[in-house]
Design a protein around this ligand. Sequence first.
Ligand SMILES: Cc1ncc(COP(=O)(O)O)c(C=O)c1O
Length: 350
Amino acid sequence: MVSRDIMRSTARDLRKYYSPVLNGELRLDTNTNVLGSNPAAMKFIRDQRTDLSEYPSTYSDGLRSSLADLYGLDTDNFVAGSGSDEMLDISFKTFTEWGDGCLFPYPSYSLYDYFAKINGCKVSFSDLTEDFQLDVGSIVSSGAKIVIIASPNNPTGNSFRQKDIEEILAEFKGIVIVDEAYGEYSDRSMIPYVNEYSNMIVFRTFSKAYAMAAMRVGYAAAGRDLADMMNAVKIPYSLNSLSEGAAIAALRDQDFVKKSREMVLRERPRLASGLSELGFRTYPSDSNFVLAVSPISHSALTDSLKQRGILIRDFGNRRRTENCVRFTVGTGDMNNRLLSAIRGILEECG
Ligand SMILES: Cc1ncc(COP(=O)(O)O)c(C=O)c1O
């Protein structure tokens, strides 16, 4: 066996990402859009006549211009690429030196740690408070080069207080990334303020409310200076033509996003109260998922649901989310199926 010492030291303790073997299960584990493929993106792909011999637009100008129209900003305020994960990678490559400190609230999205480490950063965490809000003081005084705030946060589901985000933007000396992967489900966004805060970058994705995770499209919005620096570092052509065209088509169909959001706002309280009745303790959510403390062992619940054809995400082994599992909010029928499967499992446990 080859020793992992052969690896770059900062990458040595990394392991492969979540990658379940699938067998037609109902997926309530990745917070994607349960309504299925974005219809406008699908139509674009069916109808399109792209010449595959040509490179895509180097900086996805068509998509950036459509985003500018949507938000009333300029094309130069945007960076577009292969998922917001690429925006993370670009941010570290653009703004950090080897060994720089990066700070993430905990618990939050696990890939922050991965992208920081593969880019040679030293990672530290600022624990969220008891009610899963930001510890502003520890973030501001950290001396880190980058802090990433996911609002709404994954896996806790809640948004952070606007005044806390604004205080961090005003006081923190480095770059503040606000990751709004679930922003379409909440009422708030920092994108309208990108020209006000010269240290802020906001991420969004087409993987969730836009129902296009398979196409891998994400973007960053920032003041022109930061956006220009990021575009200079980004791998040219990283967003392929089909994904870019599909994303432009999807932006023109805001009704679908609205419908997706309304479905989540309708079903989320139903799911949460159904879970509470079964003995779960649920946390408040502004997202398309709900974090809950399981009344039985988190791993037994996750495994038993998998055997019944339903995937959920298990966070029960991690600090601060002990015995917690995370459920994507499904349609009414999906949630009924989930709740009745859980009821069956609890009855079997006696
Ligand atoms: C908070 C957060 N940010 C970013 C992402 C990744 O988004 P993308 O698919 O655009 O890379 C996710 C995916 O689950 C997420 O939960």
